[in-house]
Ligand binder design. Structure first.
Ligand code: ADP
Ligand code: ZN
Length: 755
């Protein structure tokens, strides 16, 4: 006789899945997340290295929900900490931060919660940890695990060393019983080893992910028309954000101006701008009221908008590490995104000058300067090479890369065959070289050399004052390439310099000179191949981006409508838009088109709390959209197949809302209701608007004082508005959105449509 043992009802994987589904609305943890979570549950030290978008945060967010203990997270940036806390709270996750930006009241509350053991995560900055006796009190507060986020900041070999991280090397000796988890996206082995050593990790579990980002399409195009090429790329990604990186502050401003002149809404960002300007740009970018930022590398850390669909490098950055870091900001949500580098050989020269000048100024160690020049050369080689970009990047970081198909990665300019040989390349090269020779006075021993710009002017047959003064309009090469655009010609010169078929002086006057290879080309003993970029066809999304999260079609009109709603909610809640829902969730909504809370809860990325917070708004918009277009709704599950039991049913009110209505009947304040029902004030305002519409109370003085009510209604009448935004803007932010919404609901008898 055999007995069947019952499945353990609460095995760890089951519990992980239950928690994941309840809070995040995902069906499964990724394999490496599972390893990282298991290491923490086994109270082991670990080093978690995953690329951006790999899902590192879940590795420290999930375990405390299972253990019921509190984890301390050390994080370098206060702005990011705030976003994380806001995002987790929207999931119903008990968390708080301790840092210098908080009021005394908030700090007190956090301490009370900490002592009561009611928080699962507490975020602190490294400097805060060593203020007072916080670090010594951790054991008595029941903190047994510490996660060090952005752990590469501890290493001088990394790209973002922070002296305040250095003090973390005391953690291990001061807290011998605590388990430590270091997390980073930095791929270099040297930095990884340094982290483990600095933090004195004890026999750590090493979890190293695959660095390739399959959802990114890498393109390196010759820079022939900066503004035109940039605009073209931005237009390919109108459904999301684009970051354009420039080398200098001046370049960011002039390119941003060019884009604005072409009617694109863009802003410049660099460390030289006023703090308030920078803050405004960041804020607008996060809340999706601004989609294009032209920036120096100062823009990035602290920006975790997940739907950056395109990162453009207007010029080559200074190392592969920097390139990886900056392109890493694209497609964090796992959906397709593009990284376009507009290359010119002049960029490497510009960088070497910057490196040398700064070395002189700071008296940098020559070995360090040589190292920087070496890193620059590595990137130049990668960029000018003709190997698959995914492969070249993976191999640079010491990982093998196996493309999904024999035809290559399907997601880089090389595998997509976007660069083609220019017909008659050698003849064109000979014309250019011959012009350099003739302009220099045809004397190889005592040449009078000129820069690329002058050569281009002669070849294009432009008799400028400079050209005629030197008699160069009489050269036989004058006007020899008159039909080639100037930018393209100077790019050809760059390419010749790149392969050594032309020399260029370093330093202040980068004049051109002939090399021995030049002579071989001139004498037709050697061929050269110039390359030009074919126009990029369709958006990369529609071409194969084999590694992207989900390629299933969705209703784009509905997606746009839901983005609008998300933007509105982000403004209302004062949080970044992606915190409300990521693009992946909005796309799934546009596929499933849920009109009931139950189906809404089945959308990937929608946890229980978000059903309660946002379900009605989203399903309402979806129902309205689908009804007017006769579209099917509540379509079968796509990604997830697991069901969640949601108590409330379609159409009727959720229990939370019924409770809110009861409390409104008793004229209780928004704050009281929010506290009692356990939802945010933003959602309680939603409930209130619904309540006012349904119950039509005689006045709403409990929630909006009579003067404000009067101000809002007269403004609306004056500017003849029945929507919120014009009123909000007219009042210049004097009155919060929610107050306007409920006042207009009361005055008009129904909730205002749209924003
Ligand atoms: P990282 O910190 O490594 O850059 P994040 O933690 O921000 O990555 O996660 C990247 C994205 O992946 C987020 O949009 C997150 O919601 C999503 N994600 C993380 N884990 C999972 C999972 N198990 N299933 C589905 N999506 C996930
Ligand atoms: Zn490729």
């Amino acid at each position: 006789m055999t007995t069947t043992l019952p499945h353990p009802v609460h095995s760890i994987p089951d519990r992980i899945r239950d928690v994941l589904l309840k809070y995040w609305g995902f069906d499964a943890v990724r394999p490496l997340q599972n390893e990282a979570i298991s290491a923490t549950l086994a109270h082991r030290d670990s080093l978690v290295v995953m690329p951006t978008g790999g899902g590192k945060s879940l590795c420290y967010q999930l375990p405390p929900l299972l253990t019921g203990q509190t984890t301390l997270v050390i994080s370098p940036l206060i702005a990011l900490m705030k976003d994380q806390v806001d995002a987790l709270r929207l999931l119903g996750y008990p968390t708080a931060a301790l840092n210098s930006s908080q009021s005394d009241e908030e700090t007190l509350q956090t301490w009370n919660d900490l002592r009561a053991g009611s928080l699962r995560l507490v975020f602190v900055s490294p400097e805060r940890l060593f203020v007072g006796n916080l670090i010594d009190r951790l054991p008595e507060l029941g903190i047994t695990h510490i996660a060090v986020d952005e752990a590469h900041c501890i290493s001088q070999w990394g790209h973002d060393f922070r002296p305040e991280y250095r003090r973390l090397s005391d953690l291990r000796s001061r807290l011998p019983k605590v388990s430590l988890q270091a997390l980073t996206a930095t791929a270099t082995p040297r930095v990884r080893e340094d982290i483990a050593q600095q933090l004195a990790l004890k026999n750590p579990v090493n979890i190293v992910g695959v660095f390739d980002r399959p959802n990114l399409t890498y393109r390196v195009h010759q820079r022939t028309d900066l503004v035109g090429q940039t605009i073209e790329a931005v237009e390919r990604h109108k459904d999301g954000a684009t970051i354009v990186y420039c080398i200098s502050r001046k370049d960011t401003e002039s390119l941003a101006d060019d884009l604005k002149r072409h009617k694109l809404k863009a802003a410049a960002y660099h460390a030289g701008l006023a703090v308030s300007t920078r803050q405004r740009v960041q804020e607008h970018f996060k809340q999706e009221r601004l989609d294009v930022v032209v920036a120096t590398v100062a823009f990035g850390m602290g920006i975790d908008r997940s739907n950056v669909r395109c990162v453009i490098h207007a010029a080559m950055p200074k190392s592969v590490e920097a390139y990886q870091q900056e392109t890493g900001r694209a497609g964090r949500d796992g959906l397709p995104a593009e990284c376009l580098l507009l290359y010119s050989a002049a960029d490497a020269m510009k960088w070497s000058r910057i490196i040398e000048l700064s070395a002189k100024e700071h008296e940098t160690d020559p070995a360090q300067v040589a190292h920087q020049l070496h890193l620059l050369e590595e990137l130049r080689r990668l960029v000018t090479g003709s190997r698959c970009r995914h492969r070249a990047l993976s191999e640079y970081f010491g990982q093998e890369y196996t493309p999904a198909s024999g035809a290559g990665c399907g997601a880089c300019d090389i595998c997509l065959h976007e660069a083609e040989a220019v017909p008659e390349s050698t003849v064109i090269a000979q014309k250019i070289l011959s012009c350099v020779f003739r302009a220099a006075g045809c004397d190889p021993d005592r040449p009078l050399n000129y820069g690329a710009k002058h050569i281009v002017t002669i070849l294009r047959g432009r008799a400028t004052a400079e050209v005629t003064r030197r008699g160069h309009h009489q050269l036989s090469t004058f006007g020899l390439l008159a039909d080639v655009p100037a930018d393209t010609l100077s790019n050809y010169i760059d390419q010749l310099v790149d392969v050594g078929a032309l020399g260029r002086e370093h330093g202040q006057y980068p004049t051109l000179y002939l090399t021995s290879l030049s002579w071989e080309v001139l004498k037709s003993k050697r061929q050269v191949e110039l390359r030009a970029t074919r126009a990029t066809q369709a958006a990369p999304e529609s071409s194969a981006t084999p590694g992207a999260e989900s390629a299933a079609p969705f209703d784009t009109g509905l997606f746009e409508r839901l983005r609008e709603l998300r933007r509105e909610l982000a403004t209302q809640f004062g949080v970044p838009a992606y915190i409300i829902f990521g693009d992946a969730a909005l796309q799934d909504m546009s596929r499933v088109r849920p009109t009931s809370l139950e189906t809404f809860g089945r959308v990937k990325g929608v946890g229980e709390r978000k059903v309660a917070e946002f379900g009605e708004r989203f399903t309402g918009v979806i129902a309205e959209y689908c009804q007017s277009r006769n579209l099917s709704t509540n379509n079968g599950p796509t990604g997830g197949t697991l069901r969640r039991a949601i108590r409330s049913t379609a159409g009727s009110k959720s229990p939370a809302k019924m409770r809110s209505f009861e409390m409104f009947d008793q004229r209780r304040s928004i704050e009281e209701v929010a506290k009692e029902v356990g939802l945010t004030p933003g959602t309680i305002h939603e409930h209130l608007a619904h309540y006012i519409e349904e119950r039509k109370p005689a006045n709403i003085h409990t929630w909006v004082d009579p003067q404000t009510y009067e101000l809002i209604t007269t403004t609306a009448r004056k500017i003849n508005a029945d929507r919120l935004k014009p009123v909000f803007e007219h009042l210049a932010g004097l009155v919060p959105y929610e107050k306007i919404r409920i006042t207009l609901t009361h005055a008009m008898g129904s909730r205002p449509k749209g924003v």
